[in-house]
Design a protein around this ligand. Structure first.
Ligand code: NAD
Length: 349
């Protein structure tokens, strides 16, 4: 299968690219290489004859038309997006343009190509989205996001992703474009850009800096190892029903404080400090405006219909992640100098 992946130089997109090539698929990686991108993320497959890179912006319709015509993909996996909630609060414009207008341009380019090719039955436009479109849940653990939960986005990031989800569904209903959608919980793992919570905590801990936690640390997130997400995405691409959406989650709810304490305990074991614990560096900082209290995914549909399950527990995945950052300073060190990185979460990283 030839897959056109957008955003394949980012965190999740690169995990998809690496896994798809490892499974023998041809991959065309279309990426604008924004501040969040890193071509090192796909270095393990860059020399493969199955892999091609296209430097292009999803808002550029002429470039998209050229890439569809040149590569004639069987399917599309659309991950390119502005993805950092804090940046969306500081400056929502890029989120509206890339996540909404860019998705519109991708849909139109895909529809034109699919029509030209005679509407092949196997074509899919797989739109990768987030559980944040559903808003915030109460503490009651029996209440989780299902595919039928009404949308209630509360940040510029989640609102832009919600808008893009609606566009994708509309292109299915109106034009018959064979789409599938996935909404996933928080990812963590190797190659996570060092402005997101898990790498910020690991790298600040190692540097002896404060470990910033928003508010009182009670916000709950449902954590999924990125390689398990990539595996779920390829499964939905192959077996998902057109027009349907699938929630993906690891059923690993943790408060932010619990997550940070777990990371500290792993670091205490792997790279002990001269005295005390990394947890001594935990610092509570002013909360993010509109900070959603709880996200939790009910992955019942993908489990029952497609037989998917995550392969690692959160403790195992976090231990692998910490080890990866310990082993890959040459990857993360240069990224810390990029635009705005380290100015998040109220302290310098
Ligand atoms: P990321 O920020 O790490 O990577 C995004 C990639 O998209 C980068 O390589 C960037 O260069 C590229 N890109 C941005 N704007 C572009 C444009 N205009 N044209 C072409 N390429 C562009 O993001 P991520 O964390 O890997 O997330 C990927 C997707 O998964 C996003 O759609 C996001 O909404 C979704 N998602 C993320 C999470 C998570 O926990 N990170 C969870 C669920 C869903």
């Amino acid at each position: 299968m030839k897959i056109l992946v957008t955003g394949g130089a980012g965190f999740i997109g690169s995990a998809v690219v690496r896994l798809a090539v490892a499974r023998g698929h041809q991959v065309v990686n279309l990426d604008a290489l924004t501040y969040a991108a890193c071509l090192e993320n796909v270095a393990p497959v860059a020399e493969s004859p199955l892999y091609t890179f296209e430097h292009a912006d999803i808002r550029d319709r002429a470039a998209l038309d050229r890439i569809f015509a040149a590569h004639r993909p069987d399917v599309v996996m659309h991950l390119a997006a502005e993805s950092h909630v804090d940046r969306s609060i500081d400056g929502p414009g890029d989120f509206i343009e890339t996540n909404i207008t860019g998705t519109y341009q991708m849909l139109e380019a895909a529809r034109a190509y699919w029509t030209r090719e005679g509407r092949p039955a196997g074509f899919r436009f797989h739109h990768i989205s987030t559980d944040e479109v559903f808003g915030s849940l109460p503490a009651d653990p029996s209440v989780k996001f299902t595919e039928d939960t009404p949308y209630d986005p509360r940040s510029p990031y989640s609102a832009s992703k919600a808008a893009s989800d609606h566009l994708v569904r509309a292109w299915h209903e109106t034009y018959g474009l064979p789409v599938v959608l996935t909404n996933c919980s928080n990812n963590y793992g190797p190659y996570h850009f060092p402005e997101k919570l898990v790498p910020v905590i690991i790298l600040n801990a190692l540097a002896g800096k404060p470990l910033p936690i928003y508010g009182d640390g009670s916000n709950i997130r449902d954590w999924l190892y990125v390689e398990d997400h990539a595996d779920a995405l390829l499964l939905v691409l192959a077996q998902g029903e057109p027009g349907r959406s699938y929630n993906i989650g690891g059923e690993n709810e943790r408060t932010n404080l619990e997550l940070v304490r777990t990371l500290c305990a792993i670091l205490d074991e792997k790279r002990p400090k001269a005295s005390g614990s990394y947890a001594d560096q935990i610092t509570f900082v002013t909360d993010r405006p509109g900070h959603d209290a709880r996200y939790a995914i009910d992955p019942g549909r993908i489990r029952a219909e497609l037989g998917w399950r995550p392969s690692v527990t959160v403790e195992e995945g976090l231990a692998r992640t910490v080890q990866w950052y310990l082993d890959n300073e040459a990857w993360w060190r240069p990224l810390q100098g990029r635009k705005g990185v380290g100015e998040r979460l109220g302290v310098k990283a």
